[in-house]
Design a protein around this ligand. Sequence first.
Ligand code: CUA
Length: 450
Amino acid sequence: MGIAIALVLLALGSVLFHFLSPWYFTPIASNWGTIDTTIAITFVVTGIVFVAISLFMAWALVRYRHRAHERASYQPENKRLEFWLLVVTSLGVAAMLAPGLVVWADVVRVPQDAREVEVVAQQWNWAYRLPGKDGKLGTVHSRFVNEKNPFGMNPADRNGHDDVLLASPELHVPLGQPVKLLLRSKDVLHNFAVAQLRVKMDLVPGQVTYSWFTPTRAGSYDLLCEELCGIGHYAMRGRIVVQEPAAYQAWLERQPTFAQLNEQPQGNAAAGKTLYAACAACHGQNGEGNRAMNAPKLAGHGAWYLERQLRLFKVGARGTHEKDTFGKVMAPMAATLVDDRAIADVAAYIGTLPDKPPATTFKGDVDRGRARYVTCAACHGAEGRGNPATNAPRLQGMDDWYMATQLRNFRDGVRGAHRQDVHGSQMALVAGMLADDAAIGDILAYINSR
Ligand code: CUA
């Protein structure tokens, strides 16, 4: 009797939970309402079967419970019962599967007027490519991929020169216009998933998969990689911003084309030397860093990293958090660099400075640090030399006291919390694993040992 009551409560509780629970799909922001309908049909069919079977079992437990002097009759065959079970089950399965086929036919049939966007995934970043004015994407090949050409653009293909290249995980799309996603991966399986858009598709190395949607609600939606793609999988996030066509057009015009990126001024070290005079006051004549001024060593960092950080300081994406005491000192200094050329010049000059290892200040447990560093190595490299492809700066041979402050800042939401600091926010997610300052000390001790 107890089990019968439990079965009835279980069925009742499950139905109540389904209707009263606050956990349900996010409000939809695309044309794919049919996907929700399909799932609702599945819920109804499986829900009715679940309740019916639970109640039948409870009824059978009570009706056919053990009674002395009563024997069960054995009925291995019952043609009529089996016929009806077969018909009802087939109808139920068909009701669940058929609507899915109809929706899938829409998923694979892309509207003619959809604008194409290429999504490029790699461990653990998203990047995008949009066709330029000619409406055609240029060809790409893995043999063209290098530090300066992360998309692998074919330099000889004229169609690619006006392609818009976004090295950021944030993509904007115009409201109400269909978008066709062309998805490719540079390394392993990834999965492009945006819950509000009801879009989810694998990216498979060696082929281009596709999906499409028409955004119906303006807003900013999280893009998640939903394929377990390695140690940094959980940090592989992006953003899809749906905006009015006019605002979208304005955004699009600010984005660089392949040709523009190739024309970007090479930093001029001689011009940078003059600008660097202001930096030298804190960071030292040779960019060697000065702990007394809380100014880290700069010599030895790649220009790509220095330029990115200077830009972040300049636009207020770094050094604006109220608890970032030293960053707040740096921000107004970065603001004195008038444009991208000045930033490139300073970074070029720093690239000419002698790279001497600084004094180490951390003495932690190197072995424990080695085990912890495995996660860091995925982006920063086994020896901590940094890797532009994963947007990870050099660690080895840089100031450990500075890295300690930054790790704490990342962990505590002081650095990497700004919307525009897309790579910093990724680091902030990873730094969340540092439970205490001892963990930071061990990692730095290990880096110092390299
Ligand atoms: Cu890419 Cu998970």
